[in-house]
Ligand binder design. Structure first.
Ligand code: GAR
Length: 203
């Protein structure tokens, strides 16, 4: 069973898509155990609270250094029985100690077809601006494992959308976001299924 903490900074529409898939019974081997945001006013915390899920504001700014922030994040994850982390619009670096403690247990969604249009500074609208400036005919979204490098770890799933004539960064972003809402629950469903398969149990 995946016991998931979702980390996010903003509206939380990807979190909502994951939660809806779980509530509808589409991902039987997963539950949401905790939502963490660096932003106390983030929509993602409001969605969690409206669904009676633990929602915690935790930001590096509340701590003297990254290590003490990481220690509190890890203790909070442990207290909530979390064994898997999904980054959903989380705009901060995950402390290396958290990545190390959850090695191969953290995934992220990125609003482009990695390995292109990723890396430090490539988030939010900047990604879509870069895709349009490059003249690409397709874009999309990628779910991948998180390691110490931005947007770098092994890919789980990708979904492609067309770039249309006349697209603005905003119109492309909303087409990609709609694809993300299909892709993220599908990726988590695949991981949850793989982990509960008899083959995985033998490994
Ligand atoms: C999504 O498009 C997600 O891919 C992007 O932020 C948006 C969050 O929307 N993430 C990044 O750019 C991280 N590198 P949401 O809060 O509505 O899910």
């Amino acid at each position: 069973m995946l016991s998931i903490a979702v980390f996010g900074s903003g509206a939380g529409s990807n979190f909502r898509a994951i939660l809806t898939a779980i509530q509808q019974g589409n991902i039987p081997a997963a539950r949401i155990s905790l939502v963490i945001s660096n932003n106390s006013g983030a929509g993602i915390l409001g969605i969690a609270r409206a669904n009676a899920l633990p929602a915690i504001h935790l930001s590096q700014k509340q701590f003297p250094d990254e290590r003490s922030f990481a220690d509190t994040v890890l203790a909070t994850l442990r207290d909530h029985g979390v064994n898997f982390i999904a980054l959903a619009g989380y705009m901060k670096r995950v402390p290396p100690a958290v990545v190390a403690a959850y090695r191969d247990r953290i995934i992220n969604i990125h609003p482009a077809l990695l390995p292109r249009f990723g890396g430090a500074g490539m988030f939010g609208m900047r990604v879509h601006e870069a895709v349009l400036a490059s003249g690409e005919k397709t874009s999309g979204a990628t779910v991948h494992y998180v390691d110490e490098e931005y947007d770098h770890g092994r890919m789980v799933l990708q979904l492609t959308v067309p770039v249309l004539p006349g697209d603005t960064p905003e119109s492309l972003a909303s087409r990609v976001l709609a694809a993300e809402h299909e892709l993220y629950p599908a990726a988590i469903g695949r991981i949850a299924r793989d982990e509960t398969s008899p083959e995985h149990q033998r490994n």
